[in-house]
Design a protein around this ligand. Structure first.
Ligand code: ACO
Length: 397
């Protein structure tokens, strides 16, 4: 067996998928063959989820039935509310979500039923409940009364209702819905890969979803949208953008919301979102923030070697101002990404199980060989700071 080293797995195909197609050099993203731009313009999160799970666009009846099924699952078991209340109010929402997604399993009698039909029902529950859990936790941490779901609303509309306790406008619902459509799937990204690794061990869907939430949390993956917004607030004003960004680039620091492992052209999700974010910002009095993002983009793309490296704005760059304009707290941004990507994670898990193979790459061992085991009394300990052993690194030695 010949093994190749591929750190980061950027040159490895680890799964077949029919969910989404990416051509990173041309900036193309399709869900089941449909261009992301046409889906963002015309589809809804409910329809997109159906498409990802079934491989076709739904008929009117199919969509109506599916939407109803999702709406019937917005609510959570009353015991889940105790779990929500047991989480410290100071917890980061993504940490809370990781706990809550995992806890859902305890109240689902089908949690360990691996049949395709049960997995399909659990996927639906996971997608329907994730956004509800985010809203419930946010209200809990703010000491506000929890709001029961409204099962006449879309998933996006219900989230805003449960978050604020006020019926959202159509424009607000549409803005969130577009973000949900754009984030629903994206090939074998880190969190989807993590979900597939977990389900491939024949673990359960809740475990796979929990793994995925934990993986999405990282700032190099889903956490970047929050960092984009923090950067914008840190800059504070259009007049300060040039100085801030150029000095960051001079220090060779990364600009959050730029670059992507797969896209070496403009992220196609950012193309539509850029125009859309402007409208949302204008409607909500946040145009100055949008203008700052446009200026940042101009400065970054004007750098001599940035385009050569294939660095362009990614989806997080423009979703950040959209979420902010909708009134979401910064630390909820990644949670909304999770609520959307739950459609992709579960779809990928079902796909993985349909032709399952344990995912188990190799590590290149770089440590010593053939050492002689010494009894405790003969050990002298490691060489402290100069030693690379774990105890020295953790400062325990
Ligand atoms: N700003 C400035 N320079 C950058 C950026 C950036 N945002 N991203 C990459 N580069 C540069 C690197 O410094 C490196 O330059 P060098 O070759 O001169 O050392 C080169 O581009 C390649 O960078 P890598 O880290 O090797 O590229 P990789 O494909 O591994 O990284 C990643 C992709 C992690 C997304 C990176 O672009 C990054 O850190 N971006 C900022 C975080 C971010 O926005 N993440 C969201 C990704 S989208 C998503 O998950 C939905």
């Amino acid at each position: 067996m010949s093994l190749t080293v591929d750190k980061g797995l950027g040159n490895t195909i680890a799964a077949d998928t029919k969910l989404s197609y990416i051509d990173g050099s041309k900036g193309v993203l399709e869900y089941v063959g449909y261009d992301i731009d046409s889906l963002a313009r015309n589809s809804t999160f409910e329809e997109t989820t159906w498409l990802l799970w079934n491989g076709t666009l739904p008929t009117q009846n199919e969509l109506a039935g599916f939407t109803k099924e999702l709406q019937s699952q917005f609510d959570v078991d009353p015991r889940m509310l105790d779990v929500v209340r047991a989480i410290p109010r100071t917890a980061a929402p993504m940490d809370a979500l990781r706990t809550l997604v995992s806890a859902l399993a305890h109240f689902d009698r089908e949690a360990d039923d691996p049949s395709p039909a049960a997995n399909r029902r659990k996927s639906l529950r996971l997608v329907a409940k994730t956004a509800s859990l985010v809203a419930l936790f946010d209200r809990h941490r703010k000491g506000k009364a929890l709001v029961a779901p409204d099962s006449t609303l879309s998933l996006a509309g219900n989230f805003l209702w449960m978050l604020t306790g006020a019926k959202p406008t159509e424009a607000m619902t549409r803005a969130l819905d577009v973000c949900l459509v754009l984030h629903a799937d994206h090939g074998l990204n880190a969190s989807t890969f993590a979900a597939r690794v977990t389900i491939a061990t024949q673990s359960d869907l809740y475990s796979a979803a929990t793994t995925a939430v934990g993986t999405l949390k990282g700032p190099l993956h889903g956490g970047a949208n929050q960092e984009v917004m923090e950067m914008l607030l840190d800059i504070g004003d259009l007049s300060k953008v040039d100085q801030y960004i150029t000095s960051k680039l001079a220090r060779k620091e990364r600009i959050m919301g730029f670059g992507h492992r797969v896209y070496k052209a403009y992220d196609p999700r950012a193309t539509y979102l850029k125009t859309f974010a402007k409208q949302v910002a204008a409607d909500t009095g946040n145009l100055p923030l949008y203008e700052m993002t446009r200026r940042i983009e101009e400065i970054v793309l004007a750098q001599p070697n940035i385009i050569e490296k294939g660095i362009f704005p990614n989806v997080d760059f423009y979703s950040a101002t959209t979420y902010y304009s909708l009134g979401l707290d910064l630390d909820l941004f990644t949670c909304m990404f999770a609520a959307s990507r739950m459609a992709g994670w579960t779809g990928h898990c079902i796909e993985q199980l349909a032709a399952n193979k344990l995912i188990r790459p190799h590590a290149d061992y770089t440590g010593p060989h053939g050492l002689t085991y010494l009894p405790m009394a003969q050990r002298t300990g490691c060489a402290g700071a100069a030693c690379s052993c774990a105890t020295a690194l953790s400062g325990v030695a």
